[in-house]
Design a protein. Structure first.
Length: 349
């Protein structure tokens, strides 16, 4: 004899397994299920959820009640500690393996003579490279019956060129130890060389002139300033000069025309405070006021042949030493007297 149970439900989403059919009662639905089927399902659920197994925690060693037979730890804390310990042991194993794989070469580090294998390890190169250097004579060896030894001193001697000599070290140290004791102020440089502050700062920056700051005032190395600005001093043989006003009144030239001619020909100039003066002799030659009869000029080709120079070399000297040029149509002639003085200086005994 079987017993049946009628279960009412309202949701359309609930569809239990129908055993003996079902139906509707008012607004509710129902199913009819055998009584023994419900009892079996309840007993199965109770057995899976209420199982109790006594186990020992692998981390802390305490006994605890587990619900499965594979539970290893009594708490989340013990599980985390065990995981971190496994990672630590894994890292230590890798480190020990690397240490064991490195050959113990400290035993021969203090020896004066090495085998080719030890020499290769010392230099960090292959053993066959050592043998190749031995065959080429770059590394000297001593051969015994079944042994080849290399002097460590010979290996170190190969790198002596990398170490500066004692004399070089002492000279560089001596140069560094020399202190700069003489300085110029900006006012002294302006007064001596007749230049502006902007030009001073430009020369100092381009040539890395040593300077020092004392109570907010800049002082520049006297030796460096003299060497740089003395090269810019005018030729002492030039005694007559034109001012810009003199050139304008004599030749009727504009300022732009004067500056263009001075830059193009390379006429020597000097500064006195804010005013600029140009060589009277060179300007007259450039303007043709002094003819070729007054001053002897030679062509570029004649100068090249006379002094055995190429065109580039000749133009280099003309630009560097400001040799006077005279343009005759499309040709350029050079001052023969200045060239002779440059290439054939008088030697006083």
């Amino acid at each position: 004899m079987h017993y049946f149970v009628r279960i009412l439900y309202d949701s359309d989403s609930f569809h239990p397994k129908r055993q003996q059919g079902g139906g509707e009662s008012g607004t509710s639905r129902y199913v009819v299920i055998r009584h023994d089927t419900i009892i079996d399902e309840i007993n199965t659920y109770d057995m899976s959820s209420n199982i109790k197994v006594e186990r020992i925690c692998e981390w802390c060693g305490k006994k605890f009640i587990a619900q499965t037979t594979v539970t290893r730890f009594c708490s989340k804390r013990c599980a985390e500690h065990s995981y971190k310990e496994r990672l630590r042991q894994k890292k230590m194993a890798v480190s020990n393996l690397e240490t064991a794989s490195v050959p113990n070469s400290n035993k021969w580090r203090d020896k004066d003579y090495l085998t080719p294998t030890q020499a290769a390890d010392l230099l960090g190169i292959g053993r066959m490279s050592i043998y190749r250097y031995i065959r080429n004579g770059k590394i000297k060896v001593v051969r015994f019956q079944r042994k080849t030894l290399i002097s460590k001193a010979d290996i170190q001697a190969m790198f002596d060129f990398l170490t500066p000599k004692e004399t070089e070290v002492s000279e560089s140290t001596e140069r560094k130890s020399k202190s700069i004791s003489d300085f110029y102020t900006r006012a002294e440089i302006r007064e001596k060389y007749g230049v502006k502050d902007s030009w001073i700062y430009k020369v100092v920056a381009e040539n890395n002139v040593p300077k020092t700051i004392l109570r907010g005032k800049a002082y520049f190395s006297k030796s460096h300033i003299d060497r740089l600005f003395s090269a810019r001093k005018e030729n002492p043989e030039i005694t007559e000069w034109y001012s810009v006003e003199d050139i304008q009144s004599k030749y009727g030239m504009t300022l732009s025309a004067i500056y263009s001619l001075v830059s193009k020909i390379g006429i020597p100039k000097r500064k006195e405070g804010p005013k600029v003066y140009y060589s009277r002799y060179h300007f007259d030659v450039a303007k043709g006021a002094k003819s070729a009869e007054d001053v002897e000029f030679i062509s570029v080709a004649d100068a090249m042949e006379k002094y055995s120079l190429t065109r580039d070399q000749l133009y280099h000297y003309v630009k560097t030493y400001k040799i006077t040029k005279l343009r005759c149509g499309k040709y350029v002639k050079l001052n023969a007297k200045e060239l002779a003085k440059l290439f054939n200086p008088k030697i006083q005994l």
